[in-house]
Design a binder for this molecule. Structure first.
Ligand code: 5GP
Length: 199
């Protein structure tokens, strides 16, 4: 596989990375397309098959693992498998797009390792684990058990931040959006640095 650029946004659940990724997708000059992942969990709220995820059963997911169809995959939570299909990225590259991912920390770092030069890996940091708890409860799309599972994972994920190319602190959403856009812009279309002529 080879092709265009890959932009990864990883963070604990509830950090706001999905909001940031959606905002970036609305910026035409970045020429981004979203990598729709495969997932073995049921759709939440307004989620649609083929737009937010390719929803499938655990056994369908395992068949794809066996066929080596994934660029990366993770059992992010027990029996909740998520993965990036190679053909999804190939399709978007064939369209001439830069591909943006909203994936978990382990998956993000795996892609960075596979395509070190082509990939910008960004970690989105929430203000605190307590704030994450508040955000997840506000979202109220899941049971307390599921929320607690996500929070338990968050502390482990926060420790991986230094392995990413860049860390964005999402304490103030507007600032985080601006920072994210500038980072991606510079990565997909670097501004040329003009050398000063020596006198
Ligand atoms: P959610 O259930 O909230 O949609 O996603 C749970 C976690 O799985 C999030 O951190 C999300 O970014 C991550 N995720 C979504 N798609 C993928 C994927 O293709 N691969 C990996 N490794 N994680 C993913």
């Amino acid at each position: 596989m080879e092709g265009g650029k890959l932009i990864i946004f990883s963070a604990p659940s509830g950090s706001g990375k999905t909001t940031i990724v959606r905002y970036l997708l609305e910026q035409p000059e970045l020429n981004l397309a979203f990598s729709v992942s495969a997932a073995s969990r049921p759709p939440r709220g307004q989620e649609e098959h083929g737009k937010h995820y390719y929803f499938m059963t655990v056994s369908e997911f395992k068949k794809h693992i066996k066929n080596d169809d994934f660029l990366e995959w993770e059992e992010v939570y027990r029996d909740n498998f998520y993965g990036t299909l190679k053909r999804e990225v190939e399709r978007l590259w064939a369209d001439g797009k830069n591909v943006i991912f909203d994936i978990d920390v382990a998956g993000g770092l795996r892609i960075k390792k596979k395509f070190p030069e082509q990939t910008l890996a960004v970690f989105v940091k929430p203000p605190s684990v307590d704030e994450l708890k508040i955000r997840l409860k506000k979202r109220s799309t899941e049971s307390d058990d599921k929320i607690n599972m996500r929070i338990a994972k968050a502390s482990v994920e926060l420790a991986t931040a230094p392995q990413f190319d860049k860390v964005i602190k999402n304490y103030d959403l507007d600032m985080a959006l601006k920072e994210a856009k500038a980072l991606v812009q510079e990565f997909v279309a670097p501004t040329k640095k003009v050398k000063k002529k020596q006198k």
